[in-house]
Design a protein around this ligand. Structure first.
Ligand code: ADP
Length: 359
């Protein structure tokens, strides 16, 4: 499905590039040429008419001279020659002005075309980047899933052998737990992929019901307690206000909290602290997950909710999708999500949900 999306996205990009380029070409070439030709014809006709009027006026004057048998004075011929020179000069000056205005116009259009070309190129580079990132991403996911599957197959074979020998129950238990962890991780990977595909198709399901947000927070903290203490991190929820009911999708909100808590624990060294906070502010429920971890550099912070983004590209513990999916879930509820962080000091991820089902 992603591959189809990529192709159609690329086709759309190409199509919009083609249209933009066509527009630029039209502006640069055909259209001004047409306008110039029309303007030239108008000037030409106006001048021809002025010439005809002047010639007729002069002919009338000459007939007058002939009727009165008076020869036109030399001064008349000289005067006419002077007038003709003035007209020729004025026309030449007007022609020069038109020429330089057209040259300036062409220069502007050509500068605009250069700018369009630069925009097109950077747009193309950006879309190529997205596609390359997705290809790389799909490669990583397939590779990870195959590795985990082959691990599961080997562990299952080991368990069968130990069971057949009636040997080492402790070892069997540890292998079974490893299979469970691998299956959980594969489930999350596939779940993230499914969510991203649904978001892409505009079909991320958010099913609101009236629920108590404090229960969701308690469940999230419960789920991560063992993981946090294994990592030497203290995890607690600040006292929760009551009532904290609202119309939201509890499973999806739990998913957002799980993403944020998973990250907070992953990026906080032993001895650190993670706190979950829930407040009622006006007509919103406001959640926060605050850690004392490694923090995020300022220039990365603004991109943190983008798809496939990982601050450290060599970090294979996640896919760079968790925050993107969380953002889509929160926005699907009509809420907001944002992060504050200082490198080396920790991070605070906030999100809000409207209490009433307005969105
Ligand atoms: P992943 O599944 O790879 O963790 P996310 O979208 O959840 O992807 O997070 C993207 C990146 O944001 C992470 O790889 C990490 O670099 C950074 N990040 C997220 N949460 C935190 C946090 N609490 N502390 C420090 N860095 C974080």
């Amino acid at each position: 499905m992603l591959v189809d999306d990529e192709n159609s996205e690329r086709q759309q990009t190409d199509e919009s590039l083609r249209l933009e380029r066509e527009g630029a070409d039209l502006a640069l070439g055909a259209e001004p040429a047409l306008i110039d030709e029309t303007a030239d014809a108008v000037i030409h006709r106006a001048r021809a008419r002025a010439d005809r009027v002047l010639a007729a006026a002069r002919a009338r004057t000459d007939r007058g001279f002939r009727r009165s048998s008076v020869l036109p004075a030399d001064g008349v011929t000289v005067e006419r020659e002077r007038e003709d020179q003035v007209v020729r000069k004025e026309r030449a000056a007007a022609d020069e002005t038109v020429r330089s205005e057209r040259a300036e116009h062409l220069a502007i259009l050509s500068r605009e075309r250069d700018a369009t070309d630069r925009d097109l190129l950077s747009e193309r580079a950006r879309s190529d980047d997205v596609l390359a990132t997705r290809d790389e991403f799909l490669g990583i996911v397939s590779h990870d899933i195959r590795n985990m599957l082959s691990g599961v197959v080997s562990l299952a074979a080991l368990i069968s052998r130990l069971v057949a020998r009636g040997d080492r129950p402790d070892q069997i238990l540890s292998y079974a737990q490893r299979i469970q962890r691998a299956a959980g991780r594969m489930d999350r990977l596939v779940g993230d992929l499914v969510d991203v595909a649904s978001i892409h198709a505009g079909m991320l399901a958010v099913t609101r019901e009236v629920a108590d947000a404090s229960h969701v927070v308690a469940e999230a903290v419960d789920t991560f307690h063992a993981q946090a203490s294994a990592a030497g991190i203290s995890l607690e929820a600040d006292p929760v206000p009551s009532p904290s009911t609202g119309a939201f999708d509890p499973d999806r909100v739990l998913q957002v909290l799980a993403n944020l808590l998973g990250n907070a624990i992953k990026f906080t060294p032993a001895g650190g602290k993670v706190v979950v906070r829930l407040e009622r502010t006006g007509d919103e429920l406001a959640f926060a997950v605050i850690d004392t971890g490694i923090g995020i550099a300022e220039d990365k912070l603004e991109h943190i909710f983008e798809r496939f983004l990982q601050v450290d590209a060599t970090d294979r513990r996640g896919l760079g999708l968790g925050l993107y999916i969380s953002k889509c879930i929160v926005q699907g509820h009509g809420g907001r999500i944002w992060a504050e962080s200082r490198l080396g000091e920790g991070s605070a991820f906030h999100f809000t949900l409207p209490i009433a089902a307005s969105a």
